[in-house]
Design a binder for this molecule. Structure first.
Ligand code: CP
Length: 294
């Protein structure tokens, strides 16, 4: 494994191997690269979780982190992404994590660099390390994927989290369903066996994976008011009371409290939202180890 651009890059065996490594890191295992290693995190879209947890993962592995601020870089003078990476590679950077609004930005970079490249989220495309941390959280909870019913709820059409997780979860044997505004479902919601109303999803889901409404990718015709969305499609306290006793709530964050999920449920007993964030460090440590070990 040289780069990680998409969950499609990983075989089932590789996913399980990464999860096993992440579980070892969660238990306190240590690993450091054989040689001094430098990483840079290039975030051209806002991020709190992914950027800081990559930096935490890098530092825990003894990797030197070279600061980079997209808004103060020569990208603003017109330098291309490829020339920026070429520059960073020339000065000795071994690994780059990139988040960018352009879908599949990585296709232009594949095969052009010796340094390792990790996709930290591309537009509406893929978010592979989010998927791995989600898988780790589900595996910790249920010990398996086969036969689990996972419903992904919300802004499906813009969600790289939904796309990455659909591929991975299906490959691993889970049943994936979708809910939320039918116009945000890619396909004919009315005639799809995989599109379900939120109240139906509540009754059978082992995992309710709520998605943030990505207002920044919407035009004005797409929006619902916060109150209407919460009442019609969100996880209200009343709905949470009807979930399976063993069911869990996930959300990649950032959360719109009171919209996708009731404020009081974000840190409730069924919520694994902050566990996901903790697991982000271990999943990213595992990816870094697999890309860097000789
Ligand atoms: N889940 C996620 O990608 O969060 P950030 O946008 O804060 O990185």
């Amino acid at each position: 494994m040289k780069n990680l651009f998409s969950m499609k890059d990983l075989t089932t065996e590789e996913i399980y191997k990464l999860l096993k490594t992440a579980e070892s890191f969660a238990k306190g295992e240590c690993w450091t690269p054989e040689e001094q290693t430098f990483a840079v995190n290039l975030f051209f879209e806002p991020s709190t979780r992914t950027k800081t947890s990559f930096e935490m993962a890098e530092r825990k592995l003894g990797i030197e982190v070279i600061p980079f601020e997209a808004g103060a870089s020569s990208i603003l003078k017109g330098e291309t992404m490829e020339d920026t990476l070429r520059t960073l590679e020339s000065i000795g950077v071994d690994l780059a994590v990139i988040r960018h609004k352009q879908d599949a930005f990585y296709e232009d970079l594949a095969g052009k660099f010796n340094m390792r490249i990790i996709n930290g989220g591309d537009g509406c495309g893929q978010h592979p390390t989010q998927s791995l941390l989600d898988l780790l959280t589900i595996k910790q909870e249920f010990g398996k994927f086969e036969g689990l019913k996972v419903t992904i709820v919300g802004d499906l059409s813009h969600s790289r989290v939904a796309r990455s997780n659909t591929e991975a979860l299906t490959t691993l044997g889970a049943e994936v369903y979708y809910s939320g505004p039918p116009e945000w479902f890619e396909g004919d919601a009315a005639n799809s066996e995989y599109y379900v109303d939120i109240d139906e999803a509540i009754s059978f889901s082992d995992v309710l994976m709520l998605l943030r409404i990505q207002h920044e990718r919407h035009d004005s015709t797409m929006d619902h008011s916060a109150e209407h969305y919460h009442e019609r499609y969100g996880l209200t306290v009343e709905r949470e009371n009807k979930m399976k006793p063993s069911g869990i709530i996930m959300h990649p964050g950032p959360v719109n409290r009171g919209v996708e999920i009731a404020d009081s449920l974000v840190d409730s007993g069924k919520s694994r939202i902050f566990k996901q964030m903790e697991n982000g460090v271990y999943a990213r440590m595992a990816v870094l180890k697999h890309l860097l070990e000789k």
